[in-house]
Design a protein around this ligand. Structure first.
Ligand code: ATP
Length: 354
């Protein structure tokens, strides 16, 4: 598939102290990131945290107030979007209704020849094959499903052989099933091409599912960067712990500490946790994943009342009241009434109190 990337090698992206202001508000308040060549890198966070602004700054649609954007080691200061070698797919990047599918893809070549010395028609056919729409070239975009349209948008973005692919919530207008299918396809295409990809989503599950690494953003800043498993298991901050998954988060104070173990008193209950570096008197937030809570098992016990349950197919999520605080567990059992949950010290993760 050398021709699909136009034979270009994957680029890295470096953001240094990126700041974007709109009047008095800072949409980005000092963003530092390094995206490795060939990586699928996702920006995730709540609405308004600055994901789109970060992506637009990389694409060149936004001029930073301060800080730098480098692509493949080159400063992008003053470089217009069409000269950056980036392909962009937006949430609602509508296809042109008066052009058929092939013409829409060929539109991606308006600034450049087809890479790899092939003709335009051959290039368009290759790309339609790549996005699994071979034979759809003469279709009217209006006759395509939402997922197919987004695949045409992707083919159009890839047409000139960009060294970097930027995707801004490309699935958000699709229903849940289609979204899951399309995200797998996008991931497979990205891996096949080896193209560096920066993906924006507000959906934490999507971020964890497809990415090599994820940056969790909050209030115009990056809270934490890491591979999905690490972020999920070892959040550095309470925000990350709460944003990624339905985490149970308990604020308390350390009442005993002994090397790697600590006892944290949470609303009158003593919880023993693995907490190296904690000292008596420290404030600490104990995080326990719902799937770590076991019924009638574990060193720490929490007796709670079931408030509601959600059947998820492969498990049931149980929302409880633990002495007036919410507690969420995930089990394969059907629970009701009063239940005692437990977890071991190693099942908990402690983050500093902000
Ligand atoms: P969403 O998930 O809702 O798209 P986001 O994380 O992508 O959010 P941005 O679109 O980057 O967030 O916006 C970051 C902040 O900058 C927000 O507070 C937003 O209101 C503000 N902002 C973005 N564009 C503009 C603009 N053109 N003028 C004024 N403020 C803006």
């Amino acid at each position: 598939r050398d021709s699909a990337t136009g034979g270009r090698s994957a680029a890295d992206v470096r953001l240094d102290g990126l700041r974007v202001e709109y009047g008095a508000t800072a949409a980005l308040d000092g963003v530092d990131l390094h995206v490795e060549p060939g990586e699928f890198f996702t920006l995730v966070g709540p609405s308004g945290c600055g994901k789109t602004t970060t992506l637009r700054s990389i694409a060149g649609f936004e001029t930073p107030t301060a800080g730098t954007v480098d692509i493949a080691g080159e400063s992008m200061r003053g470089v217009p979007p069409e000269d950056r070698g980036v392909g962009v797919v937006f949430q609602n990047y509508a296809l042109f209704p008066h052009m058929d599918v092939a013409e829409n893809v060929a539109y991606g070549l308006r600034f450049s020849d087809a890479p790899g010395g092939v003709g335009r028609d051959e290039r368009v056919a290759d790309l339609l094959d790549l996005v699994d729409l071979g034979g759809f070239g003469d279709r009217d975009p209006a006759t395509l499903s939402g997922g197919q349209r987004q695949r045409v948008s992707l083919a159009r973005a890839l047409a000139p052989g960009p060294r970097l692919l930027l995707l801004d919530e490309p699935m958000s207008a699709l229903d849940a099933r289609l979204r899951e299918r399309l995200r797998v396809q996008v991931r497979e295409i990205q891996q096949e091409l080896g193209i560096t990809t920066v993906y924006v989503t507000h959906d934490q599950e999507e971020a964890l599912a497809v990415s090599d690494r994820v940056a969790v953003m909050n209030g115009g800043r990056v809270e934490q960067v890491g591979p999905p498993r690490r972020l999920y298991r070892e959040p550095n901050t309470q925000f990350v712990a709460e944003f990624l998954g339905d985490n149970n988060v308990f604020d308390g104070g350390v009442v005993a500490a002994d090397g790697d173990r600590a006892t944290v008193r949470v609303r009158g209950h003593d919880l023993v946790v693995d907490g190296p570096g904690l000292s008596v008197g420290d404030r600490a937030t104990v995080c326990v994943r719902p799937e770590r809570l076991r019924v009638d098992d574990g060193e720490n016990r929490l007796t709670a009342t079931v408030a509601s349950t959600e059947f998820l197919g492969d498990a049931t999520r149980v929302h409880c009241d633990w002495d007036g605080a919410p507690l969420t567990a995930q089990t394969d059992r059907d629970l009701s009434g009063t239940v005692t949950f437990g977890f071991d010290p190693a099942d908990a993760h402690v983050v500093p109190v902000e």
